[in-house]
Design a binder for this molecule. Structure first.
Ligand SMILES: NC(=O)c1ccc[n+]([C@@H]2O[C@H](COP(=O)([O-])OP(=O)(O)OC[C@H]3O[C@@H](n4cnc5c(N)ncnc54)[C@H](O)[C@@H]3O)[C@@H](O)[C@H]2O)c1
Length: 363
């Protein structure tokens, strides 16, 4: 099989998982792109990658040999960079969130279809062993129809810095709802992406400028920083099928601790996967659980699903799935149609919070 060549656009924290994912899939990573050229050089040096570029346009002009690109920039650039790469004939693996809003993601989907290229998104939590185990139960019919689910990613002290792009709406599109959308996506994946009907949500901005609520990552922390996104959200989404999804997300809220979980109630079984943190934001302090809730004869039974947890949280496995999809050796873990539904829900959550009323979600 032909050796595929990849480039990474955006050389920040997440880029390392993309590079390691490609390397483990036997892909040659040939270039790193970042307007902060020293950062690109540092990452390229670490993995002995030969070329660095200051913009994706320069990359596309000078590298006709390129097959795959990863878009790992701040959210604002996901759509324009992805569309340019698809129009240049490259397959794209784009970080989450898919875009700033559903309209952008529709344009990305159209570009993928027009150019007949794969466009996958980094919903890495789908690639975790716990998620795939629960998905096996769901696909085999043992769960029945999922009536209801709860998607939670709440932090107590987890604002990603002050003054970086994460806390500026113009660059991120929003706070924890759009940043921590993984559990909403995972619940929808388990529910088979039913068409949404209504959203009702409330957001809160308490603790927005309070440094005690900052997460434990080395991100920018400047004086007079712009912090204009929500700090917490509580919401409800109904679906045209009669299903329902509760949502909680926070970066800063007086919760007991960070929790990342999806719980669902099916007609034959319920289920849950959960990661509880001893210390917000530090994966190495996490405790994982995965369970199935059934009736066996006369007895309610809780089954512990024992899998070997993936310490990388599916981040490399999702890249490997992208490569296998392009090579025709695997089914894609995500699709642009699913990303559009997810972003319509996110848009509706923000609109409902702004208008203080339920919002109808158009198909
Ligand atoms: N899947 C996950 O678990 C996960 C985890 C963290 C971040 N992310 C996502 O990955 C993306 C990047 O996050 P990060 O934490 O690496 O951010 P970061 O701030 O550490 O890095 C972003 C990099 O992109 C560069 N950049 C800015 N504009 C660019 C452009 N037009 N072209 C190329 N590079 C550009 C910046 O200079 C910076 O080096 C975000 O969309 C974020 O939501 C995903």
């Amino acid at each position: 099989m032909k050796e595929l060549k990849a480039a990474i656009i955006g050389s920040g924290g997440i880029s390392h998982y993309h590079i390691r994912g490609y390397l483990s899939a036997g892909v040659k990573v040939v270039a790193v792109v970042d307007p902060v050229i020293d950062r690109a050089k540092e990452v390229a040096h670490l993995y002995q990658i030969k070329d660095v570029y200051g913009s994706h346009q320069e990359l596309l002009q000078t590298r006709p040999d390129l097959d795959l690109v990863s878009v790992a920039t701040p959210n604002k650039f996901h759509a324009p960079v992805t569309i340019d790469c698809l129009n240049a004939g490259r397959h794209v693996f784009c970080e989450k969130p898919p875009g700033m809003n559903a309209n952008e993601v529709l344009e990305m989907k159209k570009a993928a279809e027009k150019n007949r290229r794969f466009l996958l998104f980094d919903f890495n939590n789908r690639a975790r062993p716990e998620s795939q185990a629960l998905m096996n139960y769901i696909r085999s019919g043992q769960v029945g129809r999922i009536n209801s689910a709860q998607a939670i990613w709440i932090r107590r002290c987890g604002i990603p810095g002050f003054g970086g792009w994460f806390t500026q709406k113009a660059f991120s599109g929003g706070g924890p709802v759009i940043d921590l959308l993984h559990m909403i996506d995972l619940a929808l994946y388990f529910m088979d992406f039913p068409p949404p009907d209504y959203a009702l949500a409330v957001t809160f901005n308490d603790f927005a400028g309070d440094r005690r609520f900052k997460g434990p990552w080395g991100l920018p922390d400047v004086d007079n920083a712009v912090v204009d996104v929500e700090m917490a959200a509580h919401g409800l989404v109904t679906f045209k099928t009669g299903q329902v999804l509760f949502i909680r997300n926070s970066w800063a809220e007086l919760n007991q601790r960070e929790e990342v979980s999806v719980t669902f109630q099916g007609t034959l079984a319920g289920g849950m996967l959960r990661r509880l943190f001893q210390r917000d934001g530090l994966d190495e302090t996490a405790i994982d659980e995965c369970q199935l809730y059934t009736m066996e004869g006369d007895y309610p039974v809780n089954r512990a699903v024992l899998v070997s947890p993936d310490p990388k949280m599916g981040r490399e496995a999702a890249v490997v799935n992208f490569v296998e999809t392009v090579q025709g050796e695997g089914e894609p873990l995500s699709s642009p149609d699913q990303a559009v539904i997810l972003m319509k829900i996110i848009d509706a959550i923000y609109l409902s919070a702004e208008k203080r009323e339920p919002v109808k979600i158009e198909a």
